[in-house]
Design a protein around this ligand. Structure first.
Ligand SMILES: Cc1ncc(COP(=O)(O)O)c(C=O)c1O
Length: 446
């Protein structure tokens, strides 16, 4: 009984600032480009869909940004989140490694996404906006924004990727319970949706186009994105700041390896950036699906954030904005690009990326559930897979990973895995060639 399993912080240890890694990034800063002119994007490209408060955070070079009091107050509903020592997983693996995980699944929506949904809803409410439109892949982000809008009295309209809408009907119920309206994407509601009717399983890129179109056409409505953008990663840095304090509590100091899953990069950036700011001399591993291998097989290039080409062009690893990934269950990882900030770290060699297939990630998730109890979301199951690999090399190292959400709405995927019917879709060279052929004309990045 003498060995603690959970490391908990009091509410007054919720960070007072977010960590902005922008001034620390390697290489020359690469600005986003306007989709209209191809020149660096200015306020005109952003003000139709984002409030000034978030635009200021998006372009800030300040090393820290204060968290507004009302946001810290709302964070108290689930923060600080626990850090666990995975003693039972360590035992099951017979490893010499110490494994810690930061668990974000205890938030109202069940993942890290409310960490940014709340400040985004807050800034829009401050700016007098009445409604937010968004996309959701796994359903985690849409639920989080629906919850955050309910806190600040905003309407919320969500375009949910078709395959997730079919796989997870109760995510829709959750969003509606918080007062949001939800469409299966591609939908008939927008021009963008109608143009993509040939892709009935949908994709994050298509759903983003639909939500941006709704926001751009209604002055009372803004758009909110659950990942990729600088301000989203900024908001998630509460995760890593708390983890540093908790590892200290555990007497573990800095980890030797940090592992996270990457869909658009927000839980990963949120965990890792405060450690980079603190000068941690550790290896950093990003885990992604083999069916949508953006960091491991994409090209580093300017590309649109959405399928139809309405968002600014961003410098990132991309599989091409019109790539529609196969409907794997890790819906939150089915995105053709990744956060420019995370991509810059991969490009500079500071972060190493690995990809895993569905069955091997679910095998890792089940091993985790049978030792630690928590049933992980399919997205962080990729991180667990990488952690098990890391822990199997016989070294006595300290590993930290992000368990960014639970899998309580993903049980159809677990059913398929347990029944042996889960597929391992391949990403082929011809997929890559076809998708890259559609890259926009933009400056080549060295
Ligand atoms: C539980 C969970 N993890 C990870 C992700 C991927 O997003 P990101 O890479 O921005 O953390 C999602 C996205 O929906 C998610 O729901």
């Amino acid at each position: 009984m003498s060995e603690p399993t959970k490391f908990l912080l009091p509410e007054d240890a919720i960070p007072t600032h977010w960590v902005n890694l922008a001034p620390d990034l390697p290489g020359e800063p690469l600005p986003p480009l306007s989709p209209r002119t191809g020149e660096p994007a200015g306020p005109d490209d952003l003000t139709p869909i984002f409030p000034m408060g978030l635009i200021a955070q998006e372009v800030s070079q300040e090393p820290e940004i204060a968290i507004p009091d009302l946001v810290r107050e709302a964070y108290k509903l689930w923060r600080p989140t626990p850090l666990y020592r995975a003693r039972r997983l360590e035992q099951a693996l017979g490893t010499k490694a110490r494994i810690f995980y930061k668990y974000e699944g205890g938030s109202p929506a069940g993942s890290h996404k409310p960490n940014t949904a709340v400040p985004q809803a807050y800034e829009n409410a401050q700016a007098g906006i009445a409604k937010l439109a968004t996309e959701t892949g796994a359903g985690q982000w849409g639920s989080s924004l629906a919850f955050a809008c309910s806190l600040f009295g905003l309407e919320c309209e969500v375009f949910m990727v078709g395959s997730s809408y079919d796989q997870k009907p109760y995510r829709r119920s959750m969003m509606e319970t918080w007062g949001a309206s939800v469409h299966r994407s591609p939908s008939e509601r927008t021009q963008a949706g109608r143009s993509q009717a040939a892709h009935p399983t949908g994709s994050l890129g298509i759903a983003i186009s639909e939500a941006v179109e709704v926001a751009a056409g209604d002055p009372a409505c803004n758009y909110a994105l659950g990942s990729v953008l600088n301000h989203v990663l900024l908001h998630q840095t509460v995760i890593g700041q708390e983890a540093i304090a908790q590892l200290e509590l555990a007497g573990a100091g800095m980890p030797d390896v940090i592992v996270g899953c990457v869909g658009g990069g927000s839980n990963f950036g949120g965990l890792v950036f405060p450690f980079l700011r603190a000068g941690a001399d550790c290896r950093i591993v990003a885990a992604e699906p083999a069916a949508c291998p953006t960091l491991t097989r994409g090209v580093y290039s300017y590309d649109y954030g959405d399928t139809v080409g309405m968002t600014p062009l961003m410098p990132m690893y991309t599989l091409g904005h019109d790539f529609v990934p196969p409907p794997v269950h890790a819906g939150g990882l089915r995105y053709h690009g990744d956060a420019p900030m995370v991509c810059a770290l991969v490009k500079a060699g500071r972060v190493e990326a690995r990809s895993y297939r569905q069955n091997e990630t679910f095998e890792a998730a089940v091993k985790f559930a049978r030792s630690e109890g928590i049933i992980p979301a399919p997205e962080p199951a990729h991180a667990i897979r990488a952690v098990i690999e890391e822990a199997s090399d016989g070294e006595a190292k300290t590993i930290l990973f992000g368990l960014c959400g639970h899998g309580h709405f993903d049980l159809a995927a677990y059913d398929a895995y347990l029944a042996g019917s889960l597929e391992d879709p391949e990403f082929s060279e011809s997929d890559l060639e076809a998708a890259l052929a559609g890259l926009p004309d933009a400056p080549v990045i060295a």
